[in-house]
Design a protein around this ligand. Sequence first.
Ligand code: ACM
Ligand code: ZN
Length: 729
Amino acid sequence: MKTNFLSALFLISLGGVVLPLSAQRIDTTHITLCSPKAKAAVREVRLTGQLTTRGNSDFRQLRDLCWQLARLDLSAARVAHIPDNALHSRHRLQSVVLPEQLKSIGRQAFFACDSLQGELRIPPTVCEVGTAAFSGCARLTEINLPADSLQRIGDFAFSRLTSLRRVRVGSAVPPVCAPTAFEGIDLRRVRLEVPRGSERAYRAAEGWKCFFGDRTETLPEVVMPVVIPQPALLTLTGGEGFCFDRKISIEAAPELNNERTHCLRILEQRTEARVQTGAKGARIRLLLQSGLESEAYRLSVSADEICIRGGSAAGVFYGLMTLDQVMASTPVGRCASIPQMAVVDGPRLGLRELMVDPARIFRPVDDLKAFIAEMARYKYNALHLHLVDDQAWRIEIKAFPRLVEQGTARVGMDDMQMPISGYYTQAEMRELVAFAARYHVQLIPEIELPGHEVAAIHCYPQLTCGGKHVPIRTTCGVSNELLCPGEPFVYEFLGKVFAELADIFPSPYVHLGGDEAGMPPLAAWTECDKCKALKRSLGIDRDVRDDNHHLQKYLFDRVIDTLRTVHGKTPMFWYETDFREIQPGCITFAWRHGLTEAAIRAAQSNGARIMLCPGEYCYFDYPMAAGDMPEVNWGMPINPLQRTYSLDPAWGMGNDFEKTNLAGVAGTLWSECINSAERVHYQAYPRALALAEVAWTPQSVRSWSDFARRLPYVQADQLRRGICGSQAW
Ligand code: ACM
Ligand code: ZN
């Protein structure tokens, strides 16, 4: 191996962490041969070996470990295929030289590499450019496709290249090019250069003709509406459809102002409609209707009127989300008209949740906003924020300023040696609450106890048994430090934290964690004098591990009591067998593989409710297929799309269980291995589409084959917006 290190060392300070940062260059055969430190510092890489493409490959390491990578030269590397997701969402990558003998470029290989700039040259040997391979590389100005060998350019391959000015193609015969390959680009500003004499062929060719002539697009009509989650009843009623290319008025009661704004946005994005107050003829009416369930709606479309009636503003909003998808049911995601129809719809389950984990890898507020706007399209109504864990504390608590001064910045998440920092101010969270409310999404905060609390213990050591000083965790896994239930400061701490949270988050729910504090970690309480004293005062006279669950119950009961009586909140927590009793009215989450049945029985026998998020169906941080991201993880199993779709949220327990005990379903996105906003979306979708249908649609209306038929339309519409879910299904 030959390795060159150039340039000097200098220091930067990021979120309180001082990092040695060197503008280094590595010239070697494989990046896998370099030291972790070199990978973390490198800016320029030139590789010359036969590159590996599977598992913890050269490409996975370039993407996830070389977090400062700006220039990548693979001209002398030997590799025939750039793998799917090779450099997915590497925002610092400015230039790439592709291998000379390259045959193909995988799906999403350079998705959202939005610092890639200047000219992109595809080697003449390349036969195929995969779906969304360069989508969102918004600073590329020129694409050079010199070859005769190019046979196929995939869907959205070069979409959203907003700086693109020139495309040069060397082949006299137009390569097969998906009609969406250059979607989301103003092609009036792009020059297509093709070999002399071949212009006519390009003018006539699918995927290329968009570069020529008359730019006014004729919008198609919607023939068959495609909606996810499938409405309970959608009937095409026949007759002339509702045409959008005309003046249209929107009539909405003042309490539906927010929904009116969404309606305007949808019309603008999907149609050529000219909205005019009081316009005669066509109208869209938004109404509240008493007698409908709160989130239910009715949508009717006739030749001159679209009417949405909701049981509440949320119901009207869901009617609009259905309308939006109906309008998007064309190859271009826009439409001239939609057929007459009647939709009768409402949710199967009350709580439809996704969970994000900014504790492991921070996500700025704008990323959360984008995530909320997307999930709301599929009628999710709760975003669960995992704000705290062993690796970070992410929410400002005014009573305990050290939490964000000392608990938010670290270097490293397992083998990814990058700085990770950030927290949400209370003002930012209030703004996010207001933003989410406009999408009818509530934010459910989670503060873990008694485990997964190392970041807080790091800042306030008196929270743990013996007042131990512990560093913030930089790896995944379970720490052995717990809050000390015998320490009065713990109750003062939690009391003030939950009081501030209750003031920020209006959701009726607060999540208390509770997971993975079981044995062996609960052993932390066996040797502690304060825990022993508490046990004695509770009449537990054995100082053995097996009795420690009484302390867990004592701690939870005190917190639950405060949350209920002082703040009027319903506590939630992750189900563990340590919870031998569950307080009536609480909500427990069934998450562990194989323990759903036990969690359901526990909830039923304790008069509690349950959220279903069994790992084997609902953990979206798991890869969706072998080889899919995250290729390197801590032993996660595969969680295929069809398995998620197959979840019966009532778990075969019947109507009584569904009505009395089942609160809803949740999909989780634990983020130990998810290192960009784009990858949060990648992991979430399309499984979150499947789970949306699990949560919303009556079991009798659900069908995997019909879902699979509808899915490509919705995924294409996501790609138009720059949201790329896994295609590995
Ligand atoms: C969990 O996955 N530890 C709830
Ligand atoms: Zn203790």
